[in-house]
Design a protein around this ligand. Structure first.
Ligand SMILES: [Fe+2]
Ligand SMILES: [Fe+2]
Length: 208
């Protein structure tokens, strides 16, 4: 594919992602239990958390696309793309749940997509081992973040809990796959920079 074709293709994927029109994998919505009796407070808290998670999934999507775009190893590129497809599932689930909770997505999502895509291409250009190291560290940080959300959420919100638990299992798998594919551990300052960036994103997405 020529550069222009690749660019147009990525733009198309970005727009589909942001308008929630990108199809994910054939997996089902991971909710089997429903609780229609949540209080307004419980719904408000869950909506706030799902709004943050939706922003995170937008970013995850863009990181994987950016990394895959510049990846020179065909096998690893395939892996990045298919992990990214699972992030699309997460995105679809978070959006569906957010709608059910009467929440609104953050208006900053397009900015997170663009910024994360750029960060993905930067780490992707540092070679396959570093790129996979970046995936592994990102996913580990996401698992910790999801655990924090699971401890905050009302235990009555069984639907959101099921979604977050399924996502946590996927993210954990993404980290392990990156490690199996030969990831290299990132430096401590890089890890700190990543978690600081994530914090800016999560705290602003909660409100804006
Ligand atoms: Fe995800
Ligand atoms: Fe992931």
């Amino acid at each position: 594919m020529s550069f222009v074709n690749k660019f147009v293709n990525e733009l198309d994927i970005a727009l589909k992602t942001l308008s929630n029109k990108k199809p994910g994998t054939p997996r089902e919505y991971p909710v089997t239990e429903f609780n229609p009796n949540l209080t307004d407070e419980e719904k408000k808290l869950s909506a706030k958390l799902m709004r943050i998670n939706l922003a995170g999934e937008v970013a995850a999507q863009a990181l994987y696309r950016g990394q895959a775009l510049v990846c020179k190893d065909d096998e690893i590129k395939e892996h990045l793309i298919s992990a990214g497809e699972e992030e699309t599932d997460h995105l679809i689930w978070c959006k569906k749940r957010l709608d059910e909770l009467d929440g609104k997505p953050s208006i900053l999502n397009p900015i997170w997509y663009a910024g994360s895509f750029a960060i993905g291409t930067i780490f992707g250009s540092m070679g396959e081992k570093t790129s996979l190291g970046f995936v592994e560290e990102t996913e580990k940080q996401v698992v910790k973040h999801l655990e924090k959300h699971l401890s905050k959420i009302s235990e009555n919100d069984v639907e959101t809990i099921e979604i977050l638990k399924t996502m946590r299992a996927d993210e954990d798998e993404h980290a392990q796959e990156a490690s199996l594919n030969g990831s290299e551990e990132l430096s401590e300052p890089t890890k700190k920079f990543m978690s600081a960036t994530a914090k800016i994103m999560t705290s602003s997405s909660a409100h804006i």
